[in-house]
Design a protein around this ligand. Sequence first.
Ligand code: SAJ
Length: 406
Amino acid sequence: MINVIGLGYIGLPTALMFASHGVEVVGTDTNAELVAQLNAGKTTFEEKGLDQLFADAVKSGIRFSTEYVSTDTYIVAVPTPYDKQSKKIDSCYVVSAVKQVMEVCPKGAVVVLESTVSPGTIDRYVRPIVESHGFVIGEDLHLVHAPERIIPGNMVYELLHNSRTIGADCPKIAEQIKELYSSFCQGEIVTTDIRTAEMTKVVENTFRDINIAYANELAKICRCDGMDVHEIIRIANKHPRVNILSPGPGVGGHCISVDPWFLVGEYPGLANIILAARKINDSMPEFVLERISEIMKERGITSVSRIGLYGLTYKEDVDDVRESPTLQMLECMERHLAGGIKVFDPWVKKDLVPNQYHDLDSFLADVDMVVIMVGHSQLRENMDILKGKVVLDTRHICKLDGVYYL
Ligand code: SAJ
């Protein structure tokens, strides 16, 4: 039996996937409301294929609880934020989860950490906890790092098909956990040591952050010299070894906008491109604000309250708003005491920000200018609804006449 600790964006689909492939699973989360919702038969966020997976897992007997259970295998998938001052990982959730596992686990148990952590976290924070509970690592308790790699929006498919990394102290345990993940994972499963697994995961997300930063920097360069960045990228990408990503309003989510900071925090003075990329991506919401202000002047729009931001989530067709560029932009406006801008997102049902609409028609009726912050399918499939509006499209998805881009 496995006990999956943390039933958020990663833990829940992972627990469901194991259960629906015949593994006995108890999912544990300290959030009683979340556990109650799962026990009532409802998933806690929207994701393609998740409801079906949930139904399959329930049929296979998955259980949800606020209690940790005594078993031989734990999978920990709790958040790993970073401290905004020091830029270092805030390992409080990992530490707390491991401590609670230590209270209930028997000798011989394997604790697998799926959460993304900065290199050295397991040595620095996890091993001492295990040892302080009287376990000898490698003899009566085993640690594994198996970082998740799935992309929100396509999680179920990627859980099944992505390659995985299993980092362990000894090959025997690595093989044992590899076999466990093979119950559902059809991708290649690579085994290595724990530090390499930690570093690899952070390096992957940092690679993407740097590449997005390059596209964003090009957008700024092209804007200042009157060139069309999208056309330039389109043509450059015809080169067999060039694949420039898309500029946008910034980088959000709990992964790519966070993990590179782990390297900056761990290796100050060495992580230079990484730091520059972070700064470029973090500057994009402000760049969008500058574009809005230029366009307002050009089009004679005098009040911010006639502007509408389409999209609050960090990217298209997900309901996750963590670190979203729209939220970053609203924060920046607040610092400059400019309120009144209107916001709509079909994926966000709760009231999160001032002047948020839940009905697209009323939102459109109340604004003269729409800023496309997120390219949800709802809009991609109905671009004509923006006819007659001034449009700033930060995602380059709208082909209507007269649209402004970054
Ligand atoms: N973005 C751009 N331009 C692009 C691509 C993305 O501006 O060309 C923006 C998105 O709009 C979003 C942000 O970057 O705001 C990140 O989105 P994403 O789709 O690139 O990635 P995430 O954060 O949803 O998921 C990433 C993935 N990592 C990599 O692709 C290397 C995923 O595989 C990881 O599992 C996930 O982080 C994670 O949990 O670590």
